[in-house]
Design a protein around this ligand. Structure first.
Ligand code: SME
Length: 158
C-alpha cells in the first residue's frame, strides 16, 4: 500500500469507530491509536489540548509513544507555533526549527496540525513525530487535516 492508500484506509477505520462518539478524549485516543498502528514510522502520535483554564497554553492529551512534555505555551516549539498561527507546521528537521521543544531526542521530523471544533475555535493540535528526517510532506498534511476536520468539526464539548 502506498501512503495515500494507507491514509484512505485508516480514515475509513477512524470514521467507522468514531462516527457515533462525540467525547473529544475518546475520539483523540482512537485517532492516535489508529494512526500509529497504520504508520509504523510514526514515532510519537498524539494531541495537545488548549487548556480551558489557561487559554494560551497547551496541555498533553491522548497519545501513543514515549513520554511527551506536559505543557507547551502558545508560540513555543512546533506545537506552540501551530496553535498560535492556526496553520499546519511541516518540519523536515527539528534542529533547524528555532525554539523546538525536544521531548524525546530521537524525534527528527514532525507535522503539527491545528484542530478546530464546530464553532471553528482551536481546541487542540495533532502532533506526529518521526525519527526519520523529512518523513512528512503535503500528502500527510492533506490527509491529517482531513481526518481531524472530519472527526472534530462535529464535536461541541469535552
Ligand atoms: N516537538 C514538539 C514538542 C512535543 S513532543 O515532541 C511530543 C514541539 O516542538 O512542539
Amino acid at each position: 500500500m502506498d501512503k495515500k492508500q494507507s491514509y484512505r484506509s485508516v480514515a475509513e477505520q477512524i470514521k467507522a469507530v468514531t462516527e457515533d462518539e462525540n467525547n473529544i478524549i475518546a475520539c483523540m485516543a482512537t485517532v492516535s491509536c489508529l494512526l500509529s498502528e497504520a504508520f509504523p514510522d510514526f514515532f510519537w502520535t498524539g494531541f495537545y489540548l488548549v487548556d480551558d483554564k489557561k487559554p494560551n497554553e497547551l496541555v498533553i492529551g491522548p497519545y501513543q509513544g514515549s513520554l511527551g512534555c506536559l505543557r507547551i505555551a502558545f508560540g513555543r516549539g512546533v506545537c506552540g507555533v501551530a496553535a498560535a498561527s492556526g496553520q499546519t507546521q511541516l518540519v523536515d528537521n527539528v534542529h533547524d526549527f528555532a525554539g523546538h521543544i525536544a521531548c524525546d531526542s530521537r524525534s527528527l521530523s514532525e507535522i503539527v496540525v491545528p484542530v478546530f471544533n464546530r464553532a471553528k475555535e482551536l481546541i487542540a493540535v495533532l502532533d506526529v513525530d518521526s525519527t526519520k528526517e523529512a518523513n512528512f510532506d503535503e500528502i500527510d498534511q492533506e490527509y491529517l487535516e482531513q481526518i481531524v476536520t472530519n472527526v472534530f468539526a462535529r464535536c461541541t464539548m469535552l
